[in-house]
Write a protein that binds this ligand. Sequence first.
Ligand code: URA
Length: 292
Amino acid sequence: MKTAFHQCLQNFLRSQKVLGQTSFPLQESVLRTFLQNEQLVLAEKRREVAIAHPLEFQAKQVSLASGTVTSSPIEEPKKVAFTLPDGDKETRWKWLKQQVLSCPQCLQHVAPGKKLVFGSGNLQADLFFCGEAPGAEEEEQGEVFVGRAGQLLTKMIKAMGLRRSDVYIGNIMNWRPETPNHIGNRPPTQEEMQFCLPYLIGQVEIVQPKVIVALGATAVHGLLGYDPQRRMRDCRGHWFTFHQIPLLVTYHPSYLLRNATIAAKRMVWEDLLRVMQFLKLPISERQQSYFL
Ligand code: URA
């Protein structure tokens, strides 16, 4: 019986005008080109699976031999468990950061030369921004929100009359979710988020902010629990609680980079005005009317 692999090989040989000629046995170079093409096709298939089914991506394996996508059992990531040490905020934060940077399960997801990323900012902050996961720039520098989205977040913070050093910024994930060939970003799976969540909870526990702002759908699913019915357009601008702390949902800065309309900017700005009101920060008339 012909497998999909044989069929692919036959098609390739036909396209190379090898089949039907007397050029057998196959030259090694012909076979090597075929296998390289197959690798490219499979990489593309993996990419499609990752984009179409990000939550299942980890559980899928593309079989080279058959060229089909098959499910394979994956080992359930263990949930991290730890008890924060006693001490002041700085001592506890340094201890937790060290735990993350030496976490073997986290480290196995980091590509050579790249870094894990832990939250940073003011440990006395009233305001805690929670994002999704490090991107290319963040894993390069080992610092949260330093790429394009981070630059926009910094501008948003300044528009609120604050400095970046006044707030704390963390992510649901401590590593950049892997993609084939390191191209693009993908949302983390539920399992990945569940694994990293205790580290984020630890940071919230240490900082004890007055407000958490969840930036984008991944932060919302990570912090409030996965709900396939939940839509950002319905829950943005609304208040929830996370570990007894008021949490406001808004769009991720990268959404604004993709959709840089005045209307979208105003929506996010209105969410930030809600936070400013809650924190009793001064709001000028000028600030009130940004993006109107
Ligand atoms: N996007 C995030 O959600 N977090 C980062 O640190 C950078 C980009």
